[in-house]
Design a binder for this molecule. Structure first.
Ligand SMILES: [Zn+2]
Length: 217
């Protein structure tokens, strides 16, 4: 067996022998009663920002939605006969309407390749991949906002600013979904914008009153 795959299988064996057996009752309860996570997390597919590891949660605690650059697209309804594949929207619908989560966390992070792809497109017209370009264009507004805040911002500072601004764009897009807006208005759902610095290991949250990201710990 290939060494990389072998490591995965060894990891599973270890999971089963220790983690799974220690939590067998929890797993059985989550099967018999079903999952009832109170939180949905929209995280990046990036291998360094697994929300279950970063937030040290147990099975059943979070409904994780992962995509390139932890983006929420705007609410869109297909024209009749037109079929698009709204993976993130479908996951949000399930989390909110079926599971009834009470919180949605948009979980941004530093050094995001998806946000960098969007910046490269805005600055140099560089088209990343066949699919990445169209998807990350959801965050294009973040670039314009970063440039409005500081017209001279560039390089790493621009990337960090765009990563945070993209979290805010996703928060706004969340509110374009009627089933989310309704619940937020009714006070049964809260939305949060978080940002993980993977160099310093620091977590900040967007504070709408102060319009800044503030440390959570
Ligand atoms: Zn990322």
């Amino acid at each position: 067996m290939n060494a990389v795959i072998k490591k995965l299988v060894a990891g599973f064996n270890d999971f089963r022998a220790r983690y799974f057996f220690e939590r067998q009752n929890l797993y059985r309860r989550l099967v018999s009663q079903g999952q009832k996570p109170k939180v949905a997390v929209i995280a990046c597919a990036d291998s360094r920002v697994d929300p279950a590891i970063v937030l040290q949660v147990e099975p059943g605690d979070i409904f994780a939605i992962r995509n390139v650059a932890n983006l929420v697209p705007p609410f869109e309804v297909d024209e009749e006969g037109d079929v698009s594949y709204h993976g993130t929207s479908a996951a949000l619908e399930f989390a909110v309407e079926v599971l009834g989560v009470e919180h949605i966390v948009v979980f941004g992070h530093a050094h995001c390749a998806g946000i960098q792809a969007m910046i490269d497109n805005q600055q140099q017209g560089k088209i990343a991949g066949r699919f990445i370009h169209a998807w990350t264009a959801i965050a294009a507004q973040a670039f314009h906002r970063a440039k409005t805040i500081d017209p001279n911002v560039s390089g790493e500072a621009l990337a960090r600013c765009c990563e945070r601004q993209a979290v805010l764009v996703s928060l706004e897009n969340l509110m374009s979904f009627p089933f989310i807006q309704e619940r937020v208005d009714a006070g049964t759902l809260e939305i949060h914008g978080w940002y993980l610095d993977i160099v310093e290991g620091e977590l900040t949250a967007y504070d709408p009153q102060r319009a800044t990201f503030e440390r959570l710990t």
